[in-house]
Every structure is written in C-alpha cells, then in structure tokens.
Design a protein around this ligand. Structure first.
Ligand SMILES: Cc1cc2nc3c(=O)[nH]c(=O)nc-3n(C[C@H](O)[C@H](O)[C@H](O)COP(=O)(O)O)c2cc1C
Length: 162
C-alpha cells in the first residue's frame, strides 16, 4: 500500500453528493480522480469508502448530527484513496431540500486546506483519535467540547478561524 500525500489546486473543487444514507450518487471529475477509483466503483457506495483511519469518529458524528438537523457544517477531513494514498480537504457539507422542505440528499464541496489550518487540525485530530482508542467516542467528544469551552468559541467559530 502506498502512503503518499496527494494535493490539488487552490482554485479546484472536489464535489460529491449522497443519498440520505450517505451513499454516493455523484462525484465530479476531480472527486473521481483523487479517489483512485473509477466512477462505477464509487456510485452507490457508502461515502466511508474514502474514510481514513487517522480521522477521529467524533468529527463524523458531529457532521451527521448537523446535516440531519438540516444544517450545514465545515470540517477538515483526511481522505484515503484506493491505493492507500491520502489527501486533506476543507469540506462544506450541506443538505438539499425538496419542495416540502424535507431533506432530499446531501452535498459536499471541498477546497484545498491551508497549511496554517492543518498545523492546528493534525495534532488536534491525533489527540482526539488517541482518546477514542482508549476511552471511546464520548471521551473524544468531551475533549473537543472542553477545548472549545476553553477558547470560548463554538465549533463553527473555531473551524472558520483557522
Ligand atoms: C455529502 C457527504 C460527504 C461526505 N464526504 C466524506 C468524505 O469525503 N470522507 C469521509 O471519510 N467521509 C465523508 N462523509 C461521511 C461518511 O458518510 C462517513 O460518516 C464517514 O466516512 C465515517 O464513516 P463511518 O460513519 O462508517 O464511521 C460524507 C458524508 C456526506 C453526507
């Protein structure tokens, strides 16, 4: 397995859409290219096909609770490609609504993260992951909330300040 970091251009966007269960229904050409899979292998697959084991689960827990409530979220995510390479993204994930205001699907647009943000996120995620491995997701969630409390900011304020 390769373990190289891949990057993409500052002016580029990685886009995907999922159904209500997080199964991929669309990926733009950059999404497909970065993933290392061909389009047919991605469509209808759970989005966690790209999940990297360095990602703390608490980030995805927060993501799903927010989008299921009909709200948007921003998150830094490390993704794994088919051959084990990885790439970091700054993701915006949001629900789409049908005419009855019911959530119909989900949509994500990702940009290249800044080094300045990754310098904060990488050690934070490493800490959260460690806590998850030893104490479970409740412990990492408590640690994240404690950090935000100490800083006196919400998750959104923290993420958007990086
Ligand atoms: C629109 C959308 C985009 C997503 N994009 C990613 C992604 O790029 N990488 C990723 O690991 N998870 C992504 N997720 C979250 C996955 O659905 C999943 O929760 C995550 O990979 C963790 O896997 P698990 O829930 O099986 O633990 C996305 C979810 C949605 C709704």
């Amino acid at each position: 397995m390769s373990n190289q970091e891949l990057t993409f251009g500052e002016e580029e966007f990685i886009v995907s859409k999922t159904d209500l269960n997080g199964k991929i229904t669309y990926g733009n050409s950059l999404f497909i290219e970065m993933s290392g899979y061909d389009e047919l292998s991605l469509l209808d697959k759970p989005h966690n096909i790209l999940r990297h084991e360095d990602m703390p689960s608490v980030v995805f827990k927060l993501l799903w609770s927010r989008i299921k409530e009909g709200k948007e979220i921003f998150a830094y995510v490390k993704n794994k490609t088919k051959n084990g390479d990885f790439y970091w993204v700054f993701a915006h994930v949001t629900p789409s609504f049908d005419t009855d205001r019911k959530i119909s699907n989900y949509h994500s647009v990702r940009r290249k993260p800044t080094q300045k943000a990754l310098d904060v996120i990488k050690p934070l995620y490493a800490t959260l992951l460690q806590k998850e491995k030893t104490g479970g997701i409740n412990v990492s969630e408590a640690a994240l909330n404690q950090l935000l409390k100490e800083k006196g900011v919400s998750y959104d304020e923290f993420i958007l300040s990086l």
